[in-house]
Design a protein around this ligand. Sequence first.
Ligand code: SF4
Ligand code: SF4
Length: 124
Amino acid sequence: MLNKIKYIFKMFQKVDISNKPIPCMSCGACCSYFKVQFDSKYNPQVPWQKIKIIKGSQAVMIGAEEFKGRCESLDGKVGESCKCKIYSSRPDVCESFPVWLNNGLQNPKCIAARKHHGLKPEIE
Ligand code: SF4
Ligand code: SF4
């Protein structure tokens, strides 16, 4: 019970996350797990060859049209060495996907993606 209260308290805390590790270059799990959908109207920087329009201005990254796909713009091997081939023009949904939340806890979606790929879910 006390641990639960501590966890809830932590969820609303704001902490300095600038020194936390960012292992994305040796991970890439989220790019091979989630459906990557965004509004193309607000993402003109994303190369049109890399996306598929699904409805109106809603678009998905090719390869990541569905859950558990793999974005075709991901280069490398998940869990070893990865990089986004369109890093500087990736969609906002990718840019804003955090490893760490403002409260210092690891993003549960990051944990889920890493777990799915057999990587150590928690980053230390
Ligand atoms: S799953 Fe987490 S650690 Fe891995 S690439 Fe995505 S944000 Fe980075
Ligand atoms: S566009 Fe880049 S960052 Fe976004 S899912 Fe694809 S590989 Fe990952």
